[in-house]
Write a protein that binds this ligand. Structure first.
Ligand code: SF4
Ligand code: SF4
Length: 349
């Protein structure tokens, strides 16, 4: 049990680090690990693991400022308000990977951020960063889509970005790396978008990891009407919440409280084989079949139809006229598939 004295005094170990220029790649990597930095775009994958698995393979570094889900603006605020933290974080990643240049990808609906960063770069201090303003479309910010858009390389099924020579880091993660290296600050806070039609004063808040989500809604003026649904994350990929005492975690980029009017909950009907889910899937999967196999626990077929490649973008669920809860079914099917594999391993099958 840690008792809060509400003094907010950092420990003696936290403070500006001297002679950062002399730190080696492995030392920088260790700082990232010690600071507990993870992918802050939502995935929360440990950054030091991404770095270590990419060393010697990665020739292209991409910084992801494409916050493609509707409602969320936390990365956008970072780009506007703390561009130097992001750019210095990029320099650290370039040093770790031993690369000369990085791409910074930003969607065209965040043009002021593109302008702001370009202005800084034109001052000549950060010429190692190339800004790419990309078309606004969903899911532009998904790792594999971004790699294809920027480099033309396709990550094969079951493979990782490092297998095609790429590493992708979110802008907030990159800024967290800067703070860890230069200020000695571990990852203890992040920006969260608090929004939705049931929120009185939608805003972005910089909050400590572990803050109950109730406090964030209260800070945003509370609810203007009783929320029908509360989502942690974006409306496409987020997870519904049933308890306001749950804490903000490192991957919490948004909290959305939807009113009755905004949140349609429709009855699920039988699949009519319209194929709309196939036509929108960015991973070229066949969601209707995956759904069928998930329903019947056909683990062999789920593997054969590359369930693991599903990035849980929710595009199939969004377009389905029968309101099939496709992405929800895929998430649970992935868990069941992993359990089944463990069971097989244990039984030696
Ligand atoms: S959620 Fe649906 S559309 Fe998105 S990758 Fe998975 S199967 Fe494809
Ligand atoms: S979009 Fe829905 S109804 Fe149409 S094929 Fe896919 S799962 Fe079936």
């Amino acid at each position: 049990m840690i008792e809060n004295d509400f003094q907010d005094t950092p420990t003696a170990e936290i403070g500006p680090r001297k002679q950062v220029d002399q730190l080696t790649g492995p030392e920088l990597q260790e700082i990232v690990r010690e600071a507990g930095i993870v992918g802050m775009g939502g995935a929360a994958f440990p950054s030091h693991v991404k770095i270590s698995s990419g060393l010697g393979k990665v020739d292209t570094l991409i910084i992801n400022g494409c916050e493609c889900e509707p409602y969320i603006t936390s990365d956008y605020r970072m780009l506007l308000e703390r561009p130097y933290e992001i750019l210095d974080g990029i320099d650290i990643l370039l040093r770790i990977f031993g690369l000369e240049h990085a791409y910074l990808a930003i969607e065209s609906n965040k043009h002021p951020a593109v302008e702001g960063i370009t202005d800084i770069l034109s001052e000549g201090c950060k010429s190692r960063v190339m800004v790419r303003e990309l078309r606004t479309r969903y899911p532009q910010g998904a790792e594999k889509q971004l790699i294809q858009t920027i480099t033309g390389r396709q990550v094969p099924p079951g493979k990782l970005p490092a297998d095609v020579g790429c590493a992708v880091f979110n802008v907030d993660t990159t800024a967290a790396i800067f703070r860890a290296v230069y200020q000695g600050m571990p990852l203890i806070r992040r920006i969260v978008t608090v929004t939705g039609s049931a929120v009185r004063r939608p805003k972005n808040l910089r909050v400590r990891i572990g803050t109950p989500i109730r406090d964030l809604f209260e800070n945003a003026g509370g609810f203007s009407s009783l929320p029908k649904k509360i989502i942690m994350g974006g409306p496409m990929m987020g997870v519904a919440q049933y308890d306001l005492s749950v804490p903000v975690i490192k991957g919490t980029n948004a909290l959305i409280a939807m009113s009755e009017k905004e949140c349609r909950i429709e009855e699920t009907k039988s699949c009519i084989r319209c194929g709309k889910c196939i036509s929108v899937c960015p991973m070229h999967l066949m969601p209707l079949y995956l759904n069928l196999f998930a329903d019947r626990n056909r683990f062999d077929q789920l593997e054969a139809y590359n369930l693991s490649d599903c990035i849980e973008c929710g595009a199939c669920t969004y377009v389905c006229p029968s309101r099939q809860p496709l992405v929800h079914n895929f998430r649970t099917a992935k868990r069941r598939l992993a359990e089944e594999k463990k069971r097989q391993q244990r039984s030696g099958a």
